[in-house]
Design a protein around this ligand. Structure first.
Ligand code: SF4
Length: 408
C-alpha cells in the first residue's frame, strides 16, 4: 500500500470505484490456500470486468503453476516495490513514484497499534513448514531503520508496537553472530514516550534470554511471549526438526516466570503430525496441563508439497487430528479462564480499540496480556468518553469466560 500510495494510487471508497482489486493471499496451509482462491472467485463473480491481482504468499509459492483465469495477474512478495509497475501495466494508469518511508506507511492494524516487521524469512526449516519456501532465508533489517520506523509511528500516535518476523528470536543471527534482538530492544529503550512494545513469535529452541533484562527494566516492553512449542512429545518434535523437549520448554517457561512473574505466555500446537500416536498426544496434553500457558492456538497438520514431512509415513486421519485439536482447545479454554482470573481486582492499562456504544460508555480494548486479534479482549465501561487508539487505566472488575471486564 505504501508503494502504491507513493505512485499516487489511493484506496477506493467502494469496490465499484476501483481500477484494480488486489487480493492479498496466504499460501502456507491448505485451508488458507482454499480461502485465498475462494476470495478471487468471489470478487470475480461480483466484478466480472475489473482487473484483479492475486498478491502475496499463494502467488509467490505457486507462480507458474496456478491456472486461475479469474485473476488477471499474480504478484508475489519478493520485491514489493515492483507492484507499482505491475499495477500500471495492468490498468494503463501512469507510474509517478515517490520513495516509501516505512514509518509513514498506511496502517491496516487495529487503532493505536502497528506491526513492525523486523526480519523476513526463516532458517529453521521445521519439517512441516512451507514458509521458508515462500519467504526464503532469514534477512534482518538494520537496527537504526527499525528504531526510526518506531520513532515515526510513536510520533503518529501509535501506542503499541508489535515486532514481528517469522522468528524474531533469530533477528540479526548469522554464522558468526548471535541474535541481535537484545541489542534491538536496547536501542528501542532510547525512544521517548509512553508506548507498548510487544514481541511476537520467538522460536522456543533459541530464546535470547538476555531480552528478559531489558523487559524487566523498561516497563514499556510487555511481559508477553508468543512461543510456538508445537508439541509435547520428543519423538514428534524431532520429526518436526525441532531440538527442544518438554524439560527444556518447561525450564524456559520457569525462567521467564522467575524474571517476570506477570508474564503472559502464548503458544501454538500442531495436531496430527505424521506418526503422532495416542501416547504422543497424551504427552502433549500432559505438557499443556503442566505448562499452564495463558493462551494457545491449535492447528491440524496440513500436508504441504516440497516439505520434508510431505513424504513421512503413518499419516494421521484428518478426523482424528480434528478430535485431538478439539480436546487440546477444550483443556486450553479451562486453563486460559483460570489464568485470566489473576488479573481480576487489579488496576491496569488498556488500549482502547473500539467504541461499541459510547452513549452507554461501552468500549472494547486490550491489556498487555491480550495480543491483537488472537487472544481474549477486555470490555471497558466508562462514565467519560474514551479515545479509541489511546491508553486508559481502570480496574478489572470481572472475568467473562476468557475475556475481562474493566471499569474506568
Ligand atoms: S520457525 Fe516457524 S516459519 Fe520457521 S520453519 Fe519453523 S514453523 Fe516455519
Amino acid at each position: 500500500m505504501a508503494h502504491l500510495n507513493g505512485a499516487a494510487w489511493r484506496v477506493a471508497d467502494k469496490p465499484e470505484d476501483a481500477d484494480l482489486i488486489i487480493i492479498n493471499s496466504c499460501g502456507f496451509i491448505e485451508s488458507a490456500k482454499r480461502e485465498s482462491i475462494n476470495a478471487v472467485l468471489a470478487w470475480r463473480a461480483l466484478f466480472p470486468d475489473k482487473k484483479i491481482m492475486l498478491a502475496g504468499c499463494l502467488a509467490q509459492r505457486y507462480a507458474g503453476e496456478i491456472e486461475l483465469a479469474e485473476a488477471d495477474c499474480l504478484f508475489g512478495n519478493n520485491d514489493l516495490a515492483q507492484i507499482t509497475k505491475v499495477a500500471s501495466r495492468l490498468t494503463g494508469n501512469a507510474v509517478d513514484e515517490t520513495p516509501v518511508v516505512p514509518g509513514q506507511r498506511p496502517l491496516l492494524s487495529l487503532p493505536g497499534s502497528a506491526y513492525i516487521k523486523i526480519s523476513e524469512g526463516c532458517n529453521n526449516r521445521c519439517s512441516f513448514c512451507a514458509i521458508p519456501l515462500i519467504r526464503g532465508p532469514l534477512r534482518s533489517r538494520p537496527i537504526p531503520d527499525i528504531v526510526e520506523e518506531c520513532r515515526q509511528l510513536i510520533a503518529r500516535g501509535i501506542c503499541e508496537l508489535c515486532l514481528i518476523g517469522q522468528d524474531i528470536g533469530s533477528f540479526g543471527k548469522t554464522a558468526n553472530a548471535d541474535s541481535q534482538l537484545p541489542s534491538l530492544l536496547e536501542a528501542i529503550t532510547q525512544l521517548d514516550g509512553q508506548f507498548w512494545v510487544r514481541l511476537l513469535y520467538i522460536h522456543p529452541d533459541h530464546f535470547p534470554l538476555d531480552i528478559l533484562d531489558t523487559i524487566s527494566r523498561d516497563k514499556r516492553f510487555l511481559p508477553y511471549f508468543d512461543l510456538p512449542f508445537q508439541h509435547g512429545s520428543v519423538d514428534i518434535l524431532r520429526a518436526m526438526n525441532r531440538r527442544g523437549n518438554v524439560e527444556s520448554y518447561l525450564s524456559l517457561i520457569q525462567r521467564i516466570r522467575d524474571a517476570l512473574p506477570d508474564a503472559t505466555l502464548r503458544s501454538t500446537f500442531l495436531l496430527g503430525f505424521p506418526g503422532e500416536t495416542s501416547a504422543d498426544f497424551q504427552a502433549l496434553l500432559d505438557f499443556q496441563a503442566e505448562a499452564q500457558l495463558d493462551w494457545a492456538g491449535c492447528f491440524t497438520y496440513s500436508r504441504e508439497e516440497n516439505t520434508p514431512a510431505y513424504s513421512m509415513k503413518n499419516r494421521v486421519p484428518k478426523r482424528l487430528a480434528g478430535e485431538r485439536k478439539a480436546l487440546i482447545e477444550e483443556q486450553q479454554t479451562r486453563i486460559s479462564e483460570e489464568r485470566m482470573e489473576r488479573f481480576v481486582g487489579r488496576h491496569m492499562d488498556a488500549l482502547v480499540e473500539e467504541a461499541i456504544d459510547p452513549e452507554e460508555g461501552l468500549y472494547l480494548g486490550r491489556l498487555f496480556c491480550q495480543a491483537p486479534e488472537v487472544d481474549g479482549a477486555t470490555t471497558i465501561t466508562s462514565d467519560t468518553q474514551l479515545a479509541v487508539g489511546n491508553f486508559v487505566t481502570g480496574k478489572i472488575v470481572a472475568r467473562a469466560g476468557i475475556d475481562l471486564d474493566m471499569r474506568v
